[in-house]
Design a protein around this ligand. Structure first.
Ligand code: GRF
Length: 202
């Protein structure tokens, strides 16, 4: 399956997906990377790996629908069958989401449905959580609310800071995003009736 990754920044999850896809048996191929930030470090990294990259900055468009139309155009021009959001820091409209329903997935740094939105590591520490983690889910119109595909948990240690906990979660993200994409690309996970259904997993 042909995959396009949407990023806004560093792109470490994008890198993990690219690395995984180099395996001959991996069911997905990363064909391109699109960023809404022209100076995203991840764009340079993707270029250096020979992938096609496009920057589609919001500032180049008069309104959100025009910007999203340009994003759709870039995605379709690349021939994407699956879209992976990886640190793409922009809320997508219901129309955009509907167009790619069941084919667009996101990684979020918490065990959803806990801690939707931003500052998840800080909020997990403040809440006194002893476990935290990361979730890959289908993207629906509800922010961080789509059906879960895969999760990984990590411990919250007594002296953790936002940074130390964040680093532990990020490591888990790099392991689980490629696994979740493989499930989707191979058809072993699919979104049906607002839920994830699994098949062919023994
Ligand atoms: C990750 O923590 C991801 O879960 C969140 O944004 C961060 C992106 O990091 N959505 P990177 O750009 O993949 O390094």
């Amino acid at each position: 399956k042909k995959v396009v990754v949407l990023i806004s920044g560093r792109g470490s999850n994008m890198n993990a997906l690219i690395e995984a896809s180099h395996d001959r048996d991996y069911p997905a191929e990363i064909i391109g990377v699109i960023s809404d930030q022209a100076d995203a470090p991840g764009l340079k990294a993707a270029q250096a790996r020979g992938l096609s990259t496009v920057a589609v900055p919001r500032s180049g468009f008069s309104d959100k629908p025009a910007h999203e139309a340009a994003l759709v155009d870039a995605i379709e021009r690349m021939g994407a069958e699956i879209i992976c959001l990886a640190g793409f820091m922009r809320l997508l409209s219901a129309e955009f989401v509907a167009r790619f329903e069941g084919r667009m997935i996101n990684i979020h740094p918490s065990l959803l449905p806990l801690f939707k939105g931003l500052d998840t590591h800080k909020r997990a520490i403040e809440a006194g959580m002893r476990v935290h983690g990361t979730t890959v889910h289908y993207v629906t119109a509800e922010m961080d609310g789509g059906p879960v595909i895969a999760q990984a948990a990590v411990p919250v240690l007594p002296n953790d800071t936002e940074a130390s906990l964040g680093a532990r979660v990020l490591k888990a993200e790099h392991a689980i995003y490629p696994l979740a994409l493989a499930l989707v690309a191979s058809g072993k996970a699919a979104m049906q009736g607002g839920k994830t259904i699994y098949s062919g997993l023994e």
